[in-house]
Design a protein around this ligand. Structure first.
Ligand code: SF4
Ligand code: SF4
Length: 365
């Protein structure tokens, strides 16, 4: 008994763990905890609403709401007030930054949707819709972006609003954006990614103080960076004939500035998918390059994405993902139907990788 008491006291003294996510069960709707792992089936009574039925006979409805991803205190308070008043106080965020609100009665679904719509938040993103665009951190959290991924998402979702609140696509469409070429997240049916087109400009006065030169040299995928003495100071130089403008040297060495208001462009990639459903996972391929990085609304990017979506909606068969559709009709037909120009920049089959990539056996840190 004394031992058990000591163990309890020891456990209570244990410092809190400050990393990792907390146990999700404590935040779940009680009906979800009760029926955990015992769901019989689910359906979608209307776009934006999921209905789950458990073996016990319990039912739960989930309303999916599109948010602007980067939420401030005003938006969070507004959304929480709606959830408290019309929902049952339980929410969760999806990986695509949608808010999901669970209620135990169908009668609560209509007023809840109305309250969100009145506050300017759309309900949708389920089934064969254009789901909320996912994006990388952008200027808010990361130190190397070439564009504001959340801005591109907001402008595009404003234009794709109807495709979010309806389920009229042949299959679900996942769109992503990525704000540098390191690309920590831009893979999907349609991906909008930054594309640098000029080698970095080096501020030689700062390199010696800011950069660990061997790490920067090792970082380059095509071995284009060499140590150099410039104006009597240790610095770096770039062989611009080799540089592929990837931007990998910029994070460890900010004086190698690669972001540029004119030469950092946006590119669009198509046909990626992670799921195994109906066909194997696929890599995306470049379909539009050199689009201007044009805030605050990025109209050129919006026009290309909409053109691809309209063509896919019209031409794809039921349940074909964008990549499946292109595989069936072929890439030449894709460019023909969408009217996008096909240029030599679209071809990169990596056959030259052995010669052009850094194949050094040196250990990198
Ligand atoms: S895509 Fe690049 S810039 Fe954007 S958050 Fe990821 S690493 Fe940072
Ligand atoms: S890391 Fe990338 S951007 Fe930097 S020099 Fe090498 S190829 Fe060019």
């Amino acid at each position: 008994m004394a031992q058990a008491q000591a163990a309890v006291e020891k456990k209570q003294m244990r410092p809190p763990i400050e990393s990792g996510c907390p146990d999700g069960m404590q935040y779940m709707h009680p009906l979800m905890v009760k029926n955990f792992g015992n769901w019989k089936y689910h359906d979608r009574p209307r776009p934006g609403v999921l209905h789950h039925v458990a073996y016990s006979g319990d039912e739960i409805w989930t309303v999916r709401v599109g948010t602007q991803r980067q939420l401030g205190p005003y938006e969070i308070n507004l959304l929480c007030d709606i959830v408290d008043q019309y929902g049952e106080g339980y929410v969760r965020f999806t990986i695509r930054s949608n808010l999901e609100v669970m209620v135990s009665k169908w009668e609560k679904v209509g007023p809840l949707i109305q309250a969100f719509n009145d506050a300017g938040y759309p309900v949708g993103g389920t089934g064969n819709s254009v789901t909320m665009i996912s994006h990388t951190q952008g200027w808010l959290h990361c130190d190397i972006p070439g564009t504001d991924a959340s801005g591109v998402v907001k402008s595009l979702m404003d234009e794709l609003y109807e495709e979010f609140v309806r389920e009229e696509m042949p299959n679900r469409v996942h769109i992503t954006t990525s704000c540098c070429q390191i690309n920590c997240g831009g893979q999907g049916d349609i991906a909008i990614n930054i594309q640098h087109t000029k080698p970095p400009k080096i501020n030689h006065d700062l390199v010696a103080n800011v950069c660990e030169r061997p790490s920067v040299v090792a970082r380059c995928p095509v071995a284009a960076i060499r140590p150099a003495m410039v104006n009597g100071k240790p610095s770096l130089e770039v062989d611009e004939r080799k540089c592929v403008c990837c931007g990998a040297c910029y994070p460890p060495c900010p004086p190698m500035q690669i972001n540029d208001p004119v030469h950092s462009k946006l590119a669009i990639w198509v046909g990626g998918k992670n799921s195994n459903a109906r066909s194997k996972p696929m890599f995306q391929k470049l379909v539009a390059a050199g689009l201007p990085n044009n805030p605050p609304r990025w109209p050129e990017v919006g026009a290309v994405v909409k053109k691809i979506l309209q063509t896919y909606k019209k031409d794809a068969r039921d349940w074909e993902r964008v990549g499946d559709w292109v595989e069936r009709i072929g890439w030449p037909r894709f460019f023909e139907l969408t009217g996008l120009p096909f240029t030599k920049f679209h071809i990169d089959n990596w056959r030259g990788a052995r010669n052009s990539l850094n194949a050094s056996t040196h250990i990198r840190f």
